[in-house]
Ligand binder design. Structure first.
Ligand SMILES: Nc1ncnc2c1ncn2[C@@H]1O[C@H](COP(=O)(O)OS(=O)(=O)O)[C@@H](OP(=O)(O)O)[C@H]1O
Ligand SMILES: Nc1ncnc2c1ncn2[C@@H]1O[C@H](COP(=O)(O)OP(=O)(O)O)[C@@H](O)[C@H]1O
Length: 215
């Protein structure tokens, strides 16, 4: 018997019969209610560079200003949504693809999202950028030399990677492609966590993200 879905699955076109449903409350309505623009602050950098720490410090500063925010964190998402993914190149690509989709939903809901993933590949970071409207993707490069990351080694992962107990570890035997033109470039060496976070909040302030806007 001819099953019409088989051919579609082979083509990789599984959602051609799914129609987009227009929401009653629009993105503009969310933005208007929240009183600030929505965007994803895409923190990228090596393991131990300070992504989670700075992202959470930024989130707290924004929350204290009554902004609607949320943090998407690598370790946490990998326990749930992306629990089936490892650290091969192909799994990292899928990891970032899914996070990008989630971030897009949160941005649509009018939030300032701070995402903290190594996201080592330029193409994947750009893929997320291209899925969002202009100004909704803010790349924040947490630029910490690998020597500092390795000296911190809060989870003992660099030690394991050097000993060959972990394969494909970013910066050791897996690539990290440096951001080309990040909106915010934080050279963390010698800077406090607060100073790093303030640099991000200053960017948002200067670019008008935190001003009341009509949507
Ligand atoms: N092989 C390997 N390489 C890099 N990181 C590893 C690896 N294995 C486990 N971990 C831990 O996983 C965290 C990184 O997950 P991400 O989802 O951010 O990685 S990626 O964006 O898909 O590259 C990372 O968290 P952070 O240290 O917070 O970056 C590590 O704790
Ligand atoms: N600007 C900073 N100055 C000093 N220590 C920092 C700074 N940012 C982060 N740290 C410390 O570095 C360690 C790793 O930070 P973390 O946020 O977990 O990195 P990542 O999420 O990139 O793996 C933590 O112990 C954190 O307290």
């Amino acid at each position: 018997m001819n099953n019409p879905y088989v051919e579609k699955e082979v083509d990789g076109d599984k959602s051609s019969d799914v129609v987009w449903h227009q929401a009653s409350v629009s993105h503009g309505d969310h933005v208007k209610l929240n009183g600030h623009k929505a965007a994803v602050l895409w923190f990228t950098g090596l393991s131990g560079s300070g992504k989670s720490t700075v992202a959470n410090a930024v989130d707290l500063m924004l929350h204290q200003r009554q902004a609607k925010t949320y943090v998407l964190d690598g370790d946490n998402v990998r326990h749930g949504l992306n629990g089936d993914l490892g650290f091969s190149d192909i799994d990292r690509v899928e990891n970032i693809r899914r996070i990008g989709e989630v971030a897009k939903l949160f941005v649509d809901a009018g939030l300032l999202v701070s995402s903290a993933f190594i996201s080592p590949f330029i193409a994947d970071r750009n893929m997320v950028r291209e899925q969002l409207a202009a100004g909704q993707f803010i790349e924040v490069f947490i630029d910490t030399p690998i020597e500092i990351c390795e000296s911190r080694d809060p989870k003992g992962l660099y030690k394991k990677a050097r000993a060959g107990e972990i394969k494909n570890f970013t910066g050791i035997d897996s690539v990290y492609q440096l951001p080309v033109k990040p909106e915010v470039h934080i050279k963390t060496a010698g800077k406090s966590i607060e100073a790093c976070a303030q640099q991000v909040v200053n960017y948002l302030q200067e670019q008008g993200y935190l001003l009341p806007c009509s949507g």
